[in-house]
Design a protein around this ligand. Structure first.
Ligand code: ADP
Ligand code: MG
Length: 364
C-alpha cells in the first residue's frame, strides 16, 4: 500500500542578534517577533506569518527540535527530507546549519546524533547509513570528501532519482565517524579557497545522508530515503526581485550564482499554481539536485535567517518574501519502498549469508 501525505513546506524565520559591526555603527533593531509565528517591522507597516519565528535568544537546539526532528524521523521511516537555511551573507546560515560542535552544535551535527540514536534504540529495524558531502561553486559540483573529484556530473536514473556520478559515499556506523567526514569536508573547503569568506558566501554545501531501512523480521522491502542538509550561498546574490536590483548587478550576480537565482525562480513558480510556466529545475546544479525534493516527494523545512538591523532592511525584506512564497508550496510525500537488490542492506545481507554458508562448509 502506498503511503502518502500532503503537506506544506515548513518555513521558519530566525532573527539573529545585532552583530558587533551593526552595534558599532549605531544600527537599530527594527524587526521583532509578535507572538511565536509573526514578525513585524517596528513601524508595524509590514508583518508576516510563518510556522515559527525565532528570536536572538533562541538556541539552535530548540530550532532543531521544532523544525528538524520531524524531517529526520520521516527519513528514518523511508521518506525523503530536506532542511536548508536561506538568507543574506552574515545572517546566521552556517551558524544554524553547522554551529560550533561542542558548545553550540548546528542542525547538521544534531541531525546526525538523532539519526544514530534512533539506529541504536531501534530493535525491530535495521539501518544502513551512507553520507556524502559536496559543494556547488560556480556551477561546479565538487566532492568535499575527495578533493581530486571536481566538476562532477549529474545523472537521472528513473528508479533512483538524481545521482551525482562518482561522488564519494561513505557507509557510516557512528556519529563520530560522520563528524570526522564533516571535518574532512571543512578542511577541503578551506584549502580550495583563496578568500574563504567570499567563497563560502558564494558556494552551497550539501551534506547528504542516505538512509536505507528494513524491518528486521518478515518484510523484504527496503525503504531508501535521502536527507539533504544544505548551507546555501548568501541570498544577496539572487535579489532580482529586491528593491536594490538593477540589470547590471543582476547580470553579474547571475554569472556568480546561477543556482541561487534559479532556486528563487523555482520557488516562485511552484508557489504560483495559476501560472503554468515551466519550472526551470534544469537551469542550475542546485535546483537539479533538489528537484526530487522541491517537486514534491520530500518533507522540506526552510529556516530563513535575517539580521534585525535597519541597514539590512532591503535584504531582510527580500528574504521574508522568499519565505512567504515557499510557505505556499504543497508537497505530496511518498514512502520510498523498494525491492531493489542494489540497496546496500540487501547486498550486505547476501554477502553475510554467503559467508555463513562457506563457514558452515568449512566446519563440516
Ligand atoms: P552566514 O552563513 O549566513 O553568512 P554566519 O552563520 O557565518 O552567517 O554568521 C555570521 C556571524 O554571526 C558568525 O560569527 C556567527 O557566529 C554569528 N551569528 C549568526 N547567528 C547568530 C546567532 N543566532 N547567535 C549568535 N551569533 C550568531
Ligand atoms: Mg555561511
Amino acid at each position: 500500500m502506498e503511503q502518502k501525505t500532503i503537506e506544506n513546506i515548513t518555513v521558519s524565520v530566525r532573527i539573529r542578534p545585532l552583530n558587533p559591526r551593526e552595534l558599532a555603527s549605531g544600527g537599530e533593531k527594527i524587526w521583532e517577533n509578535s507572538g511565536s509565528a509573526v514578525i513585524k517591522d517596528k513601524t508595524g507597516v509590514r508583518s508576516f506569518i510563518y510556522d515559527q519565528v525565532y528570536t536572538e535568544t533562541t538556541d539552535t537546539q530548540e530550532i532543531f527540535i521544532n523544525q528538524g526532528v520531524e524531517v529526520i524521523e520521516k527519513c528514518m521511516s523511508g521518506y525523503n527530507g530536506c532542511i536548508f537555511c536561506y538568507g543574506q551573507t552574515g545572517s546566521g546560515k552556517t551558524h544554524t546549519m553547522h554551529g560550533v560542535r561542542k558548545t553550540n552544535p548546528g542542525v547538521v551535527p544534531l541531525s546526525i546524533d538523532y539519526i544514530f540514536n534512533t539506529v541504536q534504540q531501534s530493535s525491530n529495524k535495521e539501518f544502513l547509513i551512507r553520507c556524502s558531502y559536496i559543494e556547488i561553486y560556480n556551477e561546479s559540483i565538487n566532492d568535499l570528501l575527495n578533493q581530486s573529484l571536481l566538476n562532477l556530473q549529474i545523472a537521472e536514473d528513473k528508479r533512483n532519482g538524481i545521482k551525482i556520478i562518482g561522488v564519494t559515499e561513505e557507509v557510516c556506523t557512528s556519529s563520530a565517524q560522520v563528524n570526522s567526514l564533516l571535518a574532512i569536508g571543512e578542511k577541503h573547503k578551506n584549502i580550495a579557497s583563496t578568500n574563504f569568506n567570499q567563497r563560502s558566501s558564494r558556494s552551497h554545501s550539501i551534506f547528504r545522508v542516505i538512509v536505507e531501512s528494513k524491518n528486521t523480521f518478515g518484510c523484504t522491502e527496503v525503504a531508501v530515503a535521502t536527507l539533504n542538509l544544505i548551507d546555501l550561498a548568501g541570498s544577496e546574490s539572487a535579489n532580482v526581485h529586491g528593491p536594490t536590483a538593477n540589470s547590471a548587478r543582476s547580470k553579474e550576480m547571475k554569472c556568480i550564482n546561477r543556482s541561487l537565482l534559479t532556486l528563487g525562480t523555482v520557488i516562485m513558480r511552484l508557489s504560483d499554481k495559476k501560472n503554468n510556466a515551466p519550472i526551470p529545475y534544469r537551469d542550475s546544479k542546485l535546483t537539479r539536485l533538489l528537484q526530487p525534493a522541491l517537486e514534491g516527494n520530500s518533507k522540506v523545512s526552510i529556516i530563513c535567517n535575517i539580521s534585525p538591523c535597519n541597514d539590512a532592511f532591503d535584504e531582510t525584506l527580500s528574504t521574508l518574501k522568499f519565505a512567504q512564497r515557499a510557505k505556499k508550496i504543497k508537497q505530496v510525500i511518498v514512502k520510498n519502498d523498494t525491492n531493489d537488490s542494489k540497496t546496500l542492506i540487501i547486498k550486505y545481507e547476501k554477502e553475510i549469508s554467503e559467508l555463513q554458508g562457506r563457514l558452515r562448509e568449512m566446519e563440516e
